[in-house]
Design a protein around this ligand. Sequence first.
Ligand code: NAD
Length: 419
Amino acid sequence: MSDEANPFESLQEQIDDAAAHLDVREDVLERLKHPERILETNLTIELDDGSLETFKAFRSQFNGDRGPYKGGIRYHPGVSRDEVKALSGWMVYKTAIVDIPYGGGKGGIVIDPREYSDAEVERVTRSFATELRPIIGENKDIPAPDVNTGQREMNWIKDTYEKLENTTAPGVITGKALDSGGSAGRVEATGRSTMLTAREAFQYLGKDIEGASVAVQGYGNAGSVAARLIEEELDGRVVAVSDSSGAIYNEDGFDAAAAKDHKDETGSVTGFEGAEEELTNEELLTLDVDLLVPAALENAIDADIAEDVRADVVVEAANGPITPDADDILTESEVEVFPDILANAGGVTVSYFEWVQNRQRFYWTEERVNDELERVITEAFDALTDAYEENDLSNFRTAAYVVAIRRVVDAFQQGGSWP
Ligand code: NAD
């Protein structure tokens, strides 16, 4: 994975690319290229052996023109201020393309949670929740899971917030377990939107998804669910998947769910009996497949790798997996890329459904959640392809940003001038 591209600069470049097709004033645009505010804090906790350790943490509130800030919290040693800024900006355009009433935010702690006990991770999480308390809230900023965080961390954050505020406010955070006020369908939602985007993309391009060969980079929540649903619901043929320990390949395809079970049991997809051979992650990204799904971290496909990408269609489950230079190369070589802000928007969309249910204290069936999600993603896909055709654009990412920026700018300008 390249560390050359600064994800925040990538975000700004993506905004500029789309703005060239929009009638938006330069000064209004400038505002959309920077976060409104960032909390940077140091969390000091006691480790199990009695010593102290301090962890850097961030929360970026990028833009709130369309509603409360919304976005996940990531635990990873590579978390940085610029990464959090970029991820929070992508959330603004993601909530706008799927037209849900939120702005964008993102947070992260510089930590490798695997190196700490559960009790230590809980203390770090509660410490972060305490720091976040004044700036989050059901109407202000609503965090959610991201890389290396899940229901457990969300439940702790909700519990800390509610205890400190002496209230019940399940809508302060989404991605909770069902008994803590979570929504049916939330765990699968990101992968489901990737599957739906792939289905719509193949249909739009006049390609057959049934039997299509599929490679998935990253086999966590987003990647493994996307692979399973592409197989189960679209009859796609998953031929390769990977995680941070390596990649596995079988030209005839294998059982995506069984590969996930193997990863859960052993910690890695490598060694899975359904595989014929093992590959490097770079080999996976350059396989000659019909569909490539990057679902690990940002900058997975840089310019060097892009030169060798042979997939026909790329559907981005990860946030920012393709650097701007690589994007240009893929556009040039007519690889059709369907962007993250649509393809992984299922997570935030079902988070929105969770928040709606929390506020109404009325809970939906999984079927209703999935039906509503399908409606949101297909409508967003149609808005994107309309913009692509109307503006005669060269790629679908720019089309997504054209739609999203228009919506954010309209909300800002309708608010009038203040102060
Ligand atoms: P996760 O921690 O569940 O999974 C990440 C996976 O990527 C793991 O299997 C890990 O081994 C693998 N990985 C890490 N480095 C790799 C590398 N160099 N090569 C190959 N695999 C590698 O995380 P997740 O929640 O699935 O998130 C993955 C991506 O999807 C991130 O970009 C995240 O921001 C994005 N995303 C997630 C959600 C969600 O709801 N989970 C929503 C929107 C976007």
